[in-house]
Design a protein around this ligand. Structure first.
Ligand code: PEP
Ligand code: MG
Length: 889
């Protein structure tokens, strides 16, 4: 018999934290918290395996599920001394979903389940508080009605608004028991009207309805979108948690709240959170009432911290904070309820955090001895480092403030105002930067939040949906900007007499919560000391070197600043496009004679030599891999008449000749055409000039500094050993010449890119004549798949969406296919030449998943664009440490 149901609480904990795959994060941690002695109301978890069983079996549950649920429910009844459906002392339960990772978009929570027209009277008597009982009942109908029965939740809100109007009160809390009873009648009518059936009165029917809604929501469109965006497999499924209710809304000695054991925005080691007195969980999330702070030290005037309001519960919560951090060794995101001054824990999980917070916490926790340095290195998601290196508002830039809200997720963003998630998505798809502006967000808005550069809400706190989701996504977010009003009908933001219409620009500062009219200048952020510390720790643990792809002195400097240990790819053709040089390049291409080409190349030589001299100087003592000319010549041709005329004039010829030459050089498929070493073989003088520029530049630096660089000269697009032999001979010949001319000899090596399948398959032969290999995984992906690098963008997204490819193979290496080529070439190359140096310089060199693969294959280094160097350093360390587990940021 399969065990589908696991109990927790009241000394009967069948689950553990490490069972999250089976029990979901929530269920596993409820059991864990309970077993370390924290006050968790008893309940049970229906395993995530039921999801698959449910969908495979035509939306039917396994036969033995019902019996197991009944038995677990009986245990809960016994533990709390109440019976489910009992008219005098009814047990009420909450039903919540809980997947392996937190998943907005799914049915979330139904509270107070078990109430009906009879049990509500029992609850009223038992609690000696009819107002509480009827309020609880209406909350239940509202939640159940919207999430289980699909009635629009605004319809319920309308009924409350009417009730308040009739009663002449403003706050929900001012409604009396009888007025809530009226609301309940209205709700029941609404449900019957909308669903054609009366609101279910049988608690068991209610329970199975809610359980069914959780499993049903696993496949709803929002959940499917969320899974797609976050690479979550559909077969993980979700668990369902059924738990005895505790009430935060039984009076002023009751409360509910959400807190983080450290500040999730900055990472500071301070207790951070908010609570609402006399409220249930959904009140905090909905952001309808303004939550109060927990600690007295952070309370502003007029605020009532929990520490003052309920000192005993606060003290216990502080204990729990420390117990949980010590136990989980990570920042926890906690939900709690206080019922009549008694604290109950309803959830704990590793808290979502900003990148800056993730970095600070990792470093500080290691310093505190909570975790070790290696664990700290594993804690930060390498890809997220990007965000730290992104722009902030320039403090000196002029600006016009529109309003201010909470600094919910840091970073700055400018964009046009849009008011719906769909519009955010469609305009972003056209390449526009958009700021999604909403009163509040909900899981339906996820796609728009993802598409937006920034998110603004006018309602809700730091734990509102908008704040939590934006932080997770790394989007700047200003939440709860109450002074700004969002007018959906007129498509307008307004505040203090200023108005911004849809399509006009606003700027958000997610670090301060400010919203500005128009765009505001931005600057590069300064990285904190924690960044440097973590990078140092990462460097201690990584095996692979990290180099940069750079060809300008500026890029080389940036790369050094970010810790690059040399250059892995200097694409020399980028040096040809400079306006001063392009004419000489064009003269070379147009020339039909070797002497004509040599004359033009002679003009390019000083430029190239100076480029290399500068790069060698910046990279003093570090390896620099310079790739000889790669792209087809026609890329350098003059395009329009004016350019053609200029070349014609400089060569004393006419424009017709130039046009003819351009036609001769044009190719049907230039990517597979006359490029790479094929150019060097047809026009040896090109590679000879480049080799000369490299050696002369290197020798100049050797003489200037006494520290000779070691150039690594790389031949592109080699498919046959003979190609490398010929081009290598050209380079060696020039070396001999330059060394003789200058009287100085330097060390250098000559290697090749492995970027064609033939080169990979025959790597042992090619290795004979190569000092190193560098995998050009851009071309290798193109040629292994037979996919054009330039055209694949039009259809690859569809492939990814349809699940034909897990990821765009130009972004993250296709381990099975392209990766196999890399593996074969590495093995064959090293078998032929022990210790052959291996690197990668395609875009994949900056992608964490690809870097993990490079570690497995045993490459010596990865090379990537300068801004990704820190990402690569961290990813390489994690790869070396065997990064396989969960990452929190
Ligand atoms: C490659 O093909 O992976 C490579 C690095 O070269 P390029 O992108 O310049 O073709
Ligand atoms: Mg290439």
């Amino acid at each position: 018999m399969t065990k589908w149901v696991y109990s927790f609480g009241a000394g009967n904990n069948e689950g553990r934290a490490d069972m999250r795959n089976l029990l979901g994060g929530k269920g596993a941690n409820l059991a864990e918290m309970s077993s370390i002695g924290l006050p968790v109301p008893p309940g049970f978890t229906i395993t995530a395996e039921v999801t698959a069983a449910f969908y495979e079996n035509d939306h039917k549950y396994p036969d033995d599920l019902k019996g197991q649920v009944d038995a677990a429910l009986a245990q809960v009844e016994k533990a709390v001394g109440l019976n489910f459906g009992d008219s005098a002392h009814p047990l009420l339960v909450s039903v919540r979903s809980g997947a392996r990772v937190s998943m907005p978009g799914m049915m979330d929570t139904v509270l107070n389940l078990g109430l009906n027209d009879t049990t509500v009277e029992g609850l009223a008597k038992a609690a000696n508080d009819p107002r509480f009982a009827w309020d609880s009942y209406r909350r239940f109908i509202q939640m159940y009605g919207s999430v289980v029965l699909g009635v629009d939740h605004h319809r319920f809100e309308e009924i409350i608004e009417h009730a308040k109007l009739d009663a002449g009160v403003i706050e929900d809390t001012a409604l009396t028991a009888d007025q809530w009873r009226e609301v309940v009648e209205g709700y029941k009518d609404l449900v019957e009207q909308e669903t054609g059936k009366p609101f279910p009165q049988d608690p068991h029917e209610q329970l199975w309805g809610a359980i069914g809604a959780v499993f049903g929501s696993w496949m709803n469109a929002r959940a499917v979108t969320y899974r797609r965006l976050h690479d979550i497999p559909a077969d993980w499924g979700t668990a369902v948690n059924v738990q005895a209710m505790v009430f935060g809304n039984m009076g002023n000695d009751c409360a509910t709240g959400v807190c983080f054991t450290r500040d999730p925005s900055t990472g500071e080691n301070m207790f951070y959170g908010e609570y609402l007195v006399n409220a249930q969980g959904e009140d905090v999330v909905a952001g309808i009432r303004t939550p109060q702070p927990l600690s007295a030290s952070v309370a502003k005037s007029g605020e009532i911290p929990l520490e003052k309001a309920m000192p005993a519960a606060y003290a216990e919560l502080m204990e729990v904070r420390s117990t949980l951090e010590k136990h989980y060794k990570d920042m926890q995101d906690i939900e709690f309820t206080v019922q009549q001054n008694k604290l109950y824990m309803l959830q704990t999980r590793n808290g979502k955090r900003t990148v800056a917070a993730s970095l600070r916490m990792a470093v500080e926790m290691a310093r505190e001895g909570l975790i070790d340095e290696a664990e700290a290195v594993m804690r930060v998601n390498p890809s997220s480092l990007d965000q730290l290196l992104h722009p902030m508002l320039d403090p000196t830039a002029s600006r016009t403030i529109l309003g201010k809200g909470l600094p919910a997720s840091p970073g700055a963003a400018s964009g046009i105002v849009v008011f719906s998630a769909d519009e955010a998505e469609s305009r972003a798809a056209k390449g526009e930067a958009v700021i999604l502006c909403r009163v509040e967000t909900s899981p339906e808005d996820i796609h728009g939040m993802h598409a937006a550069k920034g998110i603004l809400t006018t309602r809700g706190g730091m734990t509102s949906h908008a704040a939590v989701v934006a932080r997770g996504m790394g989007r700047p977010c200003v939440a709860g900007a109450g002074g700004i009003s969002v007018d959906y009908n007129n498509q307008m933001l307004s505040a203090g007499g200023k108005q911004v219409r849809a399509g006009e620009i606003v700027t958000l500062d997610g670090a301060t919560g400010e919203v500005f009219v128009g765009s505001v200048a931005m600057i590069e952020p300064a990285v904190s000391g924690d960044f440097g510390t973590l990078m140092e720790w990462a460097d201690k643990h990584r095996r692979m070197g990290v180099r940069a792809n750079a060809e300008t002195p500026l890029d080389a400097e940036t790369a050094r600043k970010f810790g690059a240990e040399g250059i892995g790819l200097c694409r020399t053709e980028h040096m040809f496009f400079d306006p001063e040089r392009i004419l000489a390049v064009r003269q070379m291409i147009i020339s039909n004679t070797e002497s004509g080409r040599r004359a033009a190349l002679a003009r390019l030589l000083p430029f190239q030599r100076e480029d290399f001299r500068q790069i060698f100087t910046i990279m003093a003592g570090l390896p620099v891999t310079i790739r000889l000319l790669d792209p087809p010549l026609h890329e350098f041709l003059p395009h329009h008449d004016q350019e053609m005329q200029e070349v014609a004039d400089s060569l004393g010829t006419d424009i017709a000749t130039i046009r003819l030459r351009a036609e001769e050089l044009s190719e049907a498929n230039p990517m597979l055409g006359h490029r790479g070493c094929r150019l060097g073989i047809a026009f040896p003088e090109i590679y000879e000039m480049q080799a000369r520029a490299i050696f002369e530049g290197a020798i100049a630096v050797a003489k200037e500094t006494g520290n000779a660089p070691h150039p690594e000269i790389m031949i592109p697009l080699v498919g046959m050993k003979r190609e490398l032999e010929i081009t290598r001979a050209q380079v060696d010949k020039i070396a001999v010449e330059v060394f003789a001319e200058t009287g100085t000899t330097i060390e250098y090596s000559v290697g090749t890119m492995i970027e064609l399948p033939r080169a990979a398959l025959l790597a042992d032969k090619i290795a004979d004549c190569a000092d190193f290999f560098s995998f050009g995984t851009n071309d290798l992906t193109q040629t292994v798949f037979g996919l054009s690098r330039d055209d694949a963008g039009k259809f690859l997204p569809h492939y990814v969406e349809a699940g034909i490819l897990a990821k765009d193979p130009f972004v993250s290496i296709d381990v099975e296919g392209v990766g196999e080529m890399v593996r074969i070439a590495s093995e064959k190359g090293r078998a032929a030449k022990g210790g052959l140096k291996l690197g990668i310089c395609g875009e994949h060199g900056g992608d964490p998943a690809s870097i993990a693969f490079c570690e497995q294959v045993g490459l010596d280094y990865v090379s990537c664009s300068p801004f990704r160097v820190p990402v690569a350093r961290l990813a390489a360390a994690q790869a070396a440490l065997g990064a396989a587990g969960d990452r929190t940021a």
